[in-house]
Design a binder for this molecule. Structure first.
Ligand code: NAP
Length: 262
């Protein structure tokens, strides 16, 4: 579905970034994988290459405009264009969750809002500048159901996710006339990821639940009574990045399996 598409992934060493990278590679994309630290990104790139795919790793801080710009220029020099930009950057939940809003200091409140919206804005804006002349491209990111529903003890994470979804709509409104689609994915927590386990296992224990009981309680809110897997999320990313989704732009796909009504 993505044969010969040139894809850049930010935060590619993380749970979502690496799952999307592997799925994009299986679908035939040429990957340029980036992250704040090179080592985890290199592991993913080596896996992709060992499986017969095409991937290069680079250290790029997605909050550093010059670094993102320079890397994109190197992608253009090597591959001639960029077709897909996917921002999967994430900051540790343990740094931002767990404090009641009335006790939260401004810095901790602002951290997710600034990090998530700025990295998405920068990576999208710079990719778009290379996509506009080709009249083609897909800009993607990932959010969470906090964008649309009230959840306690999540600090600035909910406003950060809402900001990214608003930016998806606004980018699309400006870029779709140039042939560029902008779409987001909104999965529910996937407990197989280290990020979710690290943030929620201690909180489950504190409220007297085992890790398994916490997952069951989350799953019970879905229509399917189960949580989505990383593989299912990545398969949807492939579809949304592909020309088969040419009718989708300016929206975030609800992957919460019924937890969150549209
Ligand atoms: N996991 C889930 O179940 C889930 C569900 C819904 C939504 N989400 C959202 O999806 C996103 C990614 O989640 P995840 O579970 O994949 O997190 P993750 O495993 O922690 O991955 C995040 C990646 O982003 C990298 N990163 C952080 N800051 C960066 C920067 N400035 N520049 C470049 N790379 C940077 C991290 O690199 P370092 O580790 O080297 O800093 C890490 O590799 C987050 O927005 C999260 O809220 C996750």
């Amino acid at each position: 579905m993505l044969k010969d598409k040139v894809a850049v992934i930010y935060g590619a060493g993380g749970a979502i970034g690496s799952a999307v990278a592997r799925a994009f590679a299986s679908a035939g994309a040429k990957l340029f994988l980036t992250g704040r630290h090179l080592a985890p990104v290199e592991v993913v790139a080596q896996d992709v290459v060992s499986a017969g795919g095409s991937a290069e790793a680079a250290e790029v801080d997605a909050l550093d405009e010059q670094a993102v710009d320079k890397h994109l220029q190197s992608v253009i020099d090597k591959a001639g264009r960029v077709d897909i930009s996917f921002d999967a950057v994430g900051i540790a939940n343990t740094k931002i969750l767990g404090v009641p809003l009335v006790e939260l200091d401004v810095e901790q409140f602002s951290l997710p809002i600034a990090t998530y919206s700025t990295s998405y804005f920068l990576t999208a804006r710079l990719a778009a500048r290379h996509m506009i002349p080709n009249r083609s491209g897909v800009i993607m990111t990932v959010t969470a159901l906090h964008s649309r529903t009230g959840i306690p003890l999540v600090g600035g994470y909910g406003p950060a996710m809402a900001a990214k979804e608003a930016l998806t709509r606004d980018l699309s409104a400006e870029l779709a006339p140039h042939g560029i689609r902008v779409v987001g994915l909104r999965p529910q927590a996937m407990p197989e990821t280290r990020t979710i386990k690290e943030a929620f296992e201690p909180r489950a224990k504190a409220s007297g639940l085992t890790w398994e009981q916490w997952q069951e309680s989350l799953a019970s809110r879905t229509h399917a009574r189960r949580l989505m897997t990383l593989e299912e999320m990545a398969d949807m990313a492939v579809f949304m990045a592909s020309d088969k989704a040419s009718g989708m732009t300016g929206t975030t796909v609800n992957l919460t399996m019924g937890s969150l009504d549209d």
